[in-house]
Design a protein around this ligand. Structure first.
Ligand SMILES: C[S@@+](CC[C@H](N)C(=O)[O-])C[C@H]1O[C@@H](n2cnc3c(N)ncnc32)[C@H](O)[C@@H]1O
Length: 288
């Protein structure tokens, strides 16, 4: 399935919706997020050894911000296979790829937890698989790892950026109770749908068991201050996600108001800062 296919190709399928939604507000938030984290992401791709001509898998690609960058790196002699469960996000990737004439970007609608069925002809063909902020939303991460063991060639790699210790690391300074309460509710809402904000604590073991070696494990820890561009990353998350948390009953409207008040105070206080959730980076290599 390539970018040449008509945009309506997935219209008869049920687009499953992930916890943060697939509307234009989330798409724009993902774009800002990609821009603000792209330096760390590119450094990780360098470390994983992404090269022109390679076949790269982008798991849970969303609207395709990373997939389009990967397409520039692998070039027309390579392939980017971008997989997501959201038809709406894949449509946006399609539009981007067509506009830029990136014929080497292939979109696949499906569940990354069923990779053998979703990508039946690709066993042992993938040089690098990449997953950013996807494992933390999954209820069957072991199945993804098992699927990758089949798809990634011996010597090929998997690069993951995801969370461990999310609730404790994401902290407003000075501390505010209204802030911490909402962060705990965010984590609880992901867990309620089978996700795990501590997922990175389990991934190295899963990959070792599936025939990979751990070749890199590091953290990226960042601080955002009011008035900086990075401040808008958490800000955009509150704007899109907090109303959903109220709707789903994880916080009350009063909790959201209290949160917004302390966030507004912090936004106007140059002495304030937020420690962003620690992002863990893992690179594993498929044993020969
Ligand atoms: C936070 S977004 C990250 C998007 C992209 N990786 C990035 O970093 O910009 C999570 C993405 O994972 C996708 N996703 C969640 N569960 C999935 C599943 N089981 N199979 C395929 N995609 C999934 C969502 O649709 C969404 O696009």
């Amino acid at each position: 399935m390539t970018t040449q296919a008509p945009p309506s190709e997935f219209s008869g399928r049920n687009a499953a919706e992930y916890v943060l939604g697939t509307g234009s507000d989330e798409s724009i938030r993902l774009g800002l997020q990609h821009r603000l984290w792209s330096a760390a992401t590119h450094a990780l791709w360098e470390r994983a050894g992404v090269q022109p001509g390679m076949t790269v898998l982008d798991l849970g690609c969303g609207p395709g911000h990373a997939a389009m960058d990967l397409a520039q790196i692998v070039g027309p002699t390579g392939r980017v296979i971008a997989i997501d469960e959201s038809a709406a996000f894949l449509k946006q990737l399609h539009d981007q790829a067509v506009a830029r004439k990136y014929h080497h970007v292939e979109r696949v609608l499906g569940d990354v937890q069923d990779l053998a069925q979703v990508l039946p002809g690709e066993q042992g063909q993938v040089d690098i698989a990449y997953a950013r902020w996807v494992f933390c939303f999954l209820s069957r991460p072991e199945d993804v790892v098992r699927g990758l063991a089949g798809l990634v060639r011996p010597g090929g790699r998997v690069a993951v950026q995801d969370y461990f210790n999310y609730e404790r690391s994401l902290t407003l300074a000075p501390r505010r109770e209204a802030f911490s309460k909402v962060i705990s509710a965010v984590a609880a809402s992901w867990r309620a749908r089978g996700g795990d904000t501590d997922i990175m604590s389990r991934l190295p073991g899963m990959f070792l068991k599936a025939g990979f070696e751990v070749t890199h494990l590091e953290v990226v820890q960042r601080i955002a201050r009011p008035g900086t561009t990075l401040w808008h990353w958490p800000n955009s998350f509150w704007q899109t996600f907090l109303p959903r948390l109220v709707e789903s009953g994880f916080i009350t409207a009063e909790d959201m108001t209290a949160f917004n008040t302390v966030w507004q105070e912090a936004s106007n206080d140059p002495a304030s800062f937020v420690q962003l959730p620690t992002l863990y980076e893992l690179v594993v290599t498929r044993r020969a």
